[in-house]
Design a protein around this ligand. Structure first.
Ligand code: LLP
Length: 615
């Protein structure tokens, strides 16, 4: 299996259409899924998994590098086991369908709950960080009624990696126990009834580009094993060397696993034989080197400006979707993703959209001149520790993740939207208050409104673009009957009346089912010549007043994507987009999508500030 040498995914091609990955053009992906967008070359991930499975006897994918359900499933299907660092990662793997006995758990500060979850899930290994944790794990295992196989995490005294923050195996690290305490910890582990020590774990750091630190760590571990046998009579079945295998981001040479793997395995085998030790199974835990180069991020250019002699190109993401340049001074390769433009180039800094001067993704990037708003840029090797470290800084939602393979895109993670960003708020948004414009009255409909209502409704239906109905089929009689009961516990029919003429209407109705009685759905219209004057707002205000008065907690509606004025109105009242009903409407002119929007009014009587306008 040839190893990747550059930072781009194996299937990336720069052709006349611009960048394509997995046979799908960057432009198509950006148009369909929006930007910033993380694109996964699925075949590349699979090939990396197979390389590891061929080179090492027991590779585990460190899911912290990039976690999504499809990623976990794919990696597991390719034969890798998984390494998790927290209860959250453990649950993600279990939910992805990975059996407990294929999961190893590490972490320097595991809670009792996490330990118990691990044991109860039947995990293969727990990498114990320190002697105190060993005691707690034993108790957790006793509560579960199981015996847990454990590795002891040791500090080999060798730290390596691209940045101080990701060197983990050296003195002073917060991970693992110093070599001198290991014999006592192991002795204790053999005494405790519900843990079974099976080996040693040593991880030296991340983005390691040389073989030497690994080989040096192996010597330290072998010497330790010799000592443990002499002092404690312990013989290790497993040696876990962690992950950390470096990849190319720009011009660095990635660590050559084809050479490293046999060297490491031979060193352990020969070292064990030389010391008269049984030959242990060797585990490795790659994260970055499985997924790092398999992904690219697509951004769209917004503002371009000159500042102090430099050209600054601002893209629609930044430190919220890739914190690594800011945190570690990480360097990335950036390339234009649109069709090639021959001619001169310009040297630019690619900056993000966040409110910090440090939000710089890459400096001194050469791009075709001129760089313009709307251009697509691709950043290479963004698979590892970008999405998994993403934040919602400035209330920018995390990007979507799309996998590509054989010319087909598949959405792995949808973009985090306004609703997602709202979901932790415990109080509903304050309600807008709206008075109808002078001369307009908003009130429950009465029977004698029927004819005028039908006239107004039919005029909006005839426009065909704003409401579902294109042809009104109600009879005035039927409407009169409805309007006789226009404000009940089940629903309301409201009208906006100007000079005796109906100019707008709204119907709202609560769900019949017991479990959705707290939900109501509404539809509304305003006649063409009366739009933009606040009539819609006045109708909505009254509808929400009805909803609150009958204990409705949630109001739903759908709107056509082109109806931006209506969406703005709905947002003002706290409606947020919850989804897109694709081709939900079959109109005379073709299919239309509908955007589902909903407003949460709050549970009645919870004492929250529901409905209060603040400030
Ligand atoms: N095993 C252990 C015990 C680890 O702590 C780690 C990563 C790995 C395996 C996987 O290492 P990898 O093969 O991915 O280098 N956020 C940093 C990297 C932190 C690595 C933490 N531990 C970055 O963006 O560079």
């Amino acid at each position: 299996m040839p190893e990747p040498t550059g930072p781009w995914p194996a299937s990336a091609r720069f052709g006349p259409e611009g960048l394509a990955v997995g046979g799908v053009s960057a432009r198509e992906l950006a148009d369909e899924f929006g930007t910033p967008l993380l694109v996964v070359d699925e075949e590349h991930v699979r090939a990396r998994c197979r390389s590891f499975a061929a080179l090492f006897p027991h590779p585990l994918y460190a899911v912290k590098a990039f976690t999504s359900r499809q990623m976990i499933r794919l990696v597991a299907a390719e034969g890798l086991n998984v390494l998790v660092a927290t209860g959250g990662e453990l649950e993600a793997c279990l939910r992805a369908g990975v059996r407990g006995d294929r999961i190893a758990v590490h972490g320097n500060n595991k809670s009792d709950e996490e330990l118990e979850l691990a044991v109860a899930s039947g995990v293969w290994l727990v990498n114990v960080d320190n002697p105190e944790e060993l005691e707690r794990l034993d108790r957790a295992a006793r509560r579960v009624g199981a015996t847990q196989a454990v590795l002891l995490r040791v500090i080999p005294g060798i730290g390596a990696g691209a940045h101080r923050a990701i060197q983990t195996g050296g003195a002073g690290t917060k991970f693992g126990m110093p070599l001198e305490v290991v014999p006592d910890a192991l002795r204790r582990a053999t005494e405790l009834p519900n843990v079974r020590p099976v080996g040693i774990h040593a991880h030296i750091g991340s983005q390691v580009l040389e073989a030497e630190p690994y080989l040096a760590a192996v010597e330290v571990v072998l010497d330790l094993l010799e000592r443990l046998r002499a002092e404690v009579g312990f013989e290790a079945e497993i040696v876990d060397l962690g992950g950390g295998f470096g990849v190319a981001y720009t011009d660095e040479r990635p660590l050559e696993l084809d050479a490293l793997a046999p060297a490491l395995l031979a060193r352990i085998r020969e070292g064990a034989v030389a010391r008269g030790l049984p030959i242990p199974h060797v585990l490795v835990e790659p994260g970055r080197s499985v997924v790092g180069a398999a992904m690219v991020t697509l951004y769209r250019v917004g503002t371009v400006k000159e500042s102090d002699g430099r050209t600054l190109v601002a893209v629609d993401g930044g430190m919220s979707d890739n914190i690594r340049p800011m945190l570690y001074g990480a360097r990335y390769t950036v390339a234009p993703a649109g069709p090639p433009r021959p001619g001169s180039t310009v040297r630019v800094d690619v900056v993000g959209r966040h409110c910090e001067s440090g939000d710089v993704l890459a400096r001194d990037v050469e791009l075709p001149f001129p760089v313009a708003r709307g251009d697509l840029l691709a950043v290479a090797a963004t698979g590892a520790y970008t999405y998994s470290m993403a934040s919602t800084y400035n209330r920018v939602g995390r990007p979507a993740v799309v996998a590509v393979r054989g010319g087909r895109p598949r959405l792995w993670l949808r973009r985090e939207d306004a609703v997602d960003l709202e979901r932790l708020e415990s109080s509903p948004p304050p309600a807008a208050r709206s008075q109808p414009p002078p001369g307009v009255v908003v009130r429950p409909a009465v029977a004698r409104d029927a004819a005028s209502y039908l006239h107004a409704y039919a005029s909006v239906a005839a426009e065909r673009r704003y409401i579902q109905t294109e042809q009104v089929r109600h009879s005035p009689r039927e409407l009169r009957r409805r309007f006789r009961r226009s404000w009940t516990g089940e629903g309301a029919h409201l009208v906006a009346v100007e000079e005796g003429r109906v100019v707008g209407g709204l119907s709202i109705r609560r769900d019949a089912h017991e479990s959705t009685r707290h939900v109501a759905t509404l539809g509304m219209f305003v006649t063409r010549d009366r739009r933009g004057r606040g009539i819609g707002s006045a109708l909505m205000d009254e509808a929400l007043r009805w909803a609150r008065s009958v204990g409705v907690e949630r109001v739903e509606l759908t709107v056509y994507p082109h109806n931006v004025a209506a969406m703005a109105l709905y947002r003002k009242f706290g409606f947020v987009e919850e989804g897109r009903l694709v081709r939900h409407a079959k109109k005379s002119y073709g299919y239309e999508d509908e955007i589902l929007m909903a407003a949460w009014l709050g549970e009645p009587g919870t004492g929250s500030d529901a409905g209060e306008v603040v400030g």
